[in-house]
Design a protein around this ligand. Sequence first.
Ligand SMILES: Cc1cc2nc3c(=O)[nH]c(=O)nc-3n(C[C@H](O)[C@H](O)[C@H](O)COP(=O)(O)OP(=O)(O)OC[C@H]3O[C@@H](n4cnc5c(N)ncnc54)[C@H](O)[C@@H]3O)c2cc1C
Length: 373
Amino acid sequence: MRGFDVLILGAGIVGCACALECVRAGLRVGIVERDVPGGATTAAGMGHIVVMDDSPAQLALTRYSRSLWQELLPHLPVGVEYERRGTVWVAADDEEMGEVHAKRKTYALAGVESEVLDARALAAAEPNLRAGLAGGLLVLDDAVIYPPTAAAFFLHEAVRGGAVLLRGQGADHIGKGIVTLRDGTTYAADRIVVATGADIALLPSLPIQKRKGHLLITDRYPGFLHHQLVELGYLKSAHQISSDSVAFNIQPRLTGQLLIGSSRQYGNENPGIDQRILRSMLERARSYMPALAGISGIRAWTGFRAATPDKLPLIGPTDDPTIFLAMGFEGLGITNAPGAARLLVDGLLGRVPGIDATPFLPSRIALMETKHA
Ligand SMILES: Cc1cc2nc3c(=O)[nH]c(=O)nc-3n(C[C@H](O)[C@H](O)[C@H](O)COP(=O)(O)OP(=O)(O)OC[C@H]3O[C@@H](n4cnc5c(N)ncnc54)[C@H](O)[C@@H]3O)c2cc1C
């Protein structure tokens, strides 16, 4: 039976980032992917590298991960389309302007640079926004990437460093250092890292739920949009855990295309487009940018985020000392892939992590189950 120091299950952006980090630590790595690497939620995501402040732990991980993306920048191929566009959190009224000031303070305390825009500065920064908005918060160093090529870059570098990609068969069961594939092939590994995204078939008791999202990409309109724009109400939408929600979120692509999002739905595992949700998402976008009414969309799609009850990912060891997790990234797996990979490998090797890894440890699952029972 072939053996590895670490066998990673799933070659989405998270599994690929973990593979590269393991290779760089000198470990013998295998990666099991049943389908196309980077072809699941990673291919459906928006590619916004964003610092989020919905909890101190999320702020620490997104900030850390964004800094690791910045370190990677000189090595990223052009196909990754990394652009430092900045995020503008758009405030519709004075109440949301209050949130802008609070957010700026939180970011400043965490060493994240941001700038308050008044109504006039917002209109100058993004002339296609509707008149009458109150202002916004510009987070300068947030960026945009194309996630599938970023995953391919991590994977390519990992394989170049000696990792073995075992592609075509999914893992069927795992335990005690053995991975059995669907065709019966077995591999031995000192550590098995489950990075299967929203698919929890290998560990069905994990408290991860699929959260469906829609996106739409337009034809090319260079110069129409300059920053990634997100309505402040997005945070309310992202925090809701029961009902369907949509929020205005629009991204300029290097090609001049506009990527429009986004929606959140629980309890809908049908990957098809839900016309009602798509329509309401686009109406929301037009309510912020009326000029979008004259723009042609060329493709819409859906993807499934992997949501945990406390909205933080699961990174680290489980009760089985051979099984580790790197999953549950909800809407931040593209941003957090490099930070999660670094924390995971720090844990594997007993290195001191760059940020506190405790909030992400899977050992908190028992606590989550009690809270959400
Ligand atoms: C609409 C939408 C917008 C988003 N926007 C952003 C954004 O702007 N910024 C951001 O940071 N994040 C965003 N996200 C979230 C981000 O896309 C995900 O968090 C991230 O892609 C998760 O990556 P992953 O590697 O964990 O999972 P995946 O990409 O789903 O990869 C998991 C892989 O595991 C494989 N697999 C599953 N089971 C098995 C098995 N048994 N054996 C072998 N292989 C298996 C799958 O084939 C797949 O390739 C968005 C998500 C959605 C849906």
